[in-house]
Design a protein. Structure first.
Length: 69
C-alpha cells in the first residue's frame, strides 16, 4: 500500500470512529477491496473509495448542526 493511501485510510478510520461515537453511523470497516471502505449509514452498508469515505464522514461530522452548536 502506498504511504499516502495508508495515511488516508488512517484518517478515514479516525473519522469513522468519531461518527460512530456520535451515533451518526452504525458501523464501519475495510471494504472487500484494499481501496474501499464500508460505512453502515441508516441501516444500509455502503462501499466508498477512501476519498469518498473521507468526504462523506467529514460532511456528517462537520456539517452537522447538532454537533457544531
Amino acid at each position: 500500500m502506498i504511504n499516502t493511501e495508508v495515511v488516508l485510510r488512517n484518517e478515514v478510520q479516525h473519522l469513522a470512529e468519531e461518527a460512530f461515537h456520535h451515533k451518526l453511523i452504525s458501523g464501519y470497516g475495510d471494504g472487500p477491496n484494499s481501496n474501499e471502505y464500508q460505512i453502515v449509514f441508516q441501516g444500509k452498508p455502503r462501499h466508498f473509495s477512501l476519498e469518498e469515505a473521507r468526504s462523506f464522514l467529514c460532511e456528517l461530522l462537520f456539517d452537522n448542526p447538532i454537533l457544531n452548536s
